[in-house]
Design a protein around this ligand. Structure first.
Ligand SMILES: NC(=O)c1ccc[n+]([C@@H]2O[C@H](COP(=O)([O-])OP(=O)(O)OC[C@H]3O[C@@H](n4cnc5c(N)ncnc54)[C@H](OP(=O)(O)O)[C@@H]3O)[C@@H](O)[C@H]2O)c1
Length: 278
């Protein structure tokens, strides 16, 4: 049985979107999630030029194109779940066409991130490394826990992913550690410690955040943060059962971006959004 969110049906205005990276894993999930709504319509799909999926007809009769061409009305929102280069190329077109952009692509360089901030001066741009609603709420909860406990309790982060995930730590694990460090006014690189090694000193440094990466089996992902004090310990865990939760967060992001003023937005802004208050 599908769980239905009580806040799901909250878009007041119809929303059209162009999906870049439409044939990829996330593109496919977003297309399927949008098809289940009655307020969001994917009106165009973009793939990599030369890829087998160009010309393919996707669900809903949309044919995959190899170039981004916003309509003359300019009333779409661009969704990017592609590559950093494609995202930056498309961002220029979005700025020229004055259309909002929702960016999910990860692995962007500092220079590319700076260009996105620049673009956000003329168009609305929403960027998140993790569009999961639960994970974004988890980050907010960790800020509060860090405020109460972060100066006195030892903090360890454990991220668990499938055995074929190459990046260590996970982008989300890194974000969790950064949020905790920032909440305490520290630079992440001064306080982070990756794993423990029998050949190095293992006593904790002051304010250390231990980061532990587990890679095993086919499990999707768990992130746990432990706050351990003298005689007690609090553990906060987020478990991801299905990546379609990311697509659901993208739909929330589209509803938030629709009709919004230029600016750089995060999923934190989306979580606080109350419909009709643009
Ligand atoms: N923010 C989040 O919550 C979140 C969650 C999951 C994933 N991601 C990120 O989203 C991105 C996509 O993830 P994924 O798992 O869907 O990867 P994927 O399966 O590799 O999909 C990426 C798609 O982009 C296509 N592409 C390449 N160049 C393009 C271009 N110029 N124009 C349009 N499409 C182009 C690729 O085509 P070819 O395969 O033909 O090259 C592929 O179909 C990654 O950066 C990933 O890390 C973010």
């Amino acid at each position: 049985m599908n769980f239905v969110y009580k806040t799901e049906n909250r878009c007041q205005v119809h929303c059209k979107a162009i999906l870049s990276g439409a044939c990829g894993r996330m593109g496919t999930k977003i297309l399927a999630a949008a098809a289940q709504t009655d307020d969001i319509r994917i009106v165009a799909a973009i793939g990599r030029s030369g890829s087998d999926c160009i010309g393919k007809e996707l669900a809903g009769g949309i044919v995959v194109q190899d170039a981004l061409v916003p309509s003359l009305a300019g009333d779409e929102i661009l969704i990017e779940f592609s590559t950093p280069q494609a995202t930056m190329d498309h961002l220029k077109i979005a700025v020229a066409s004055r259309i909002p952009v929702l960016i999910g692509t990860t692995g962007l360089s500092a220079a590319q991130t700076a260009l996105i901030s620049q673009a956000a001066q003329s168009i609305p741009v929403l960027v998140s490394h993790n569009y999961g609603i639960g994970m974004n709420a988890f980050w907010e909860i960790l800020k509060v826990a860090t405020r109460y406990l972060g100066h006195d309790y030892d903090i360890e982060v454990i991220e668990f992913h499938a055995n074929n995930k190459p990046d260590v730590p996970s982008g989300t694990g890194g974000t969790i550690a950064r949020i905790i460090a920032e909440e305490r006014g520290d630079a992440l690189e001064d306080v982070i410690r990756y794993g423990r090694d029998k050949n190095t000193a293992n006593t904790r440094k002051p304010k250390e955040i231990g980061m532990h990466s587990l890679r095993a089996g086919s499990y999707r992902s768990d992130h746990t943060v432990i706050f351990a004090g003298n005689g007690e310990r609090l553990e906060f865990t987020h478990r991801e059962e299905d990546s379609s939760i990311i697509a659901r967060g993208v739909l929330w992001g589209l509803r938030f971006l629709n009709g919004r003023a230029p600016g750089l937005y995060s999923m934190g802004d989306v979580l606080k959004y109350v419909p009709g208050t643009n």
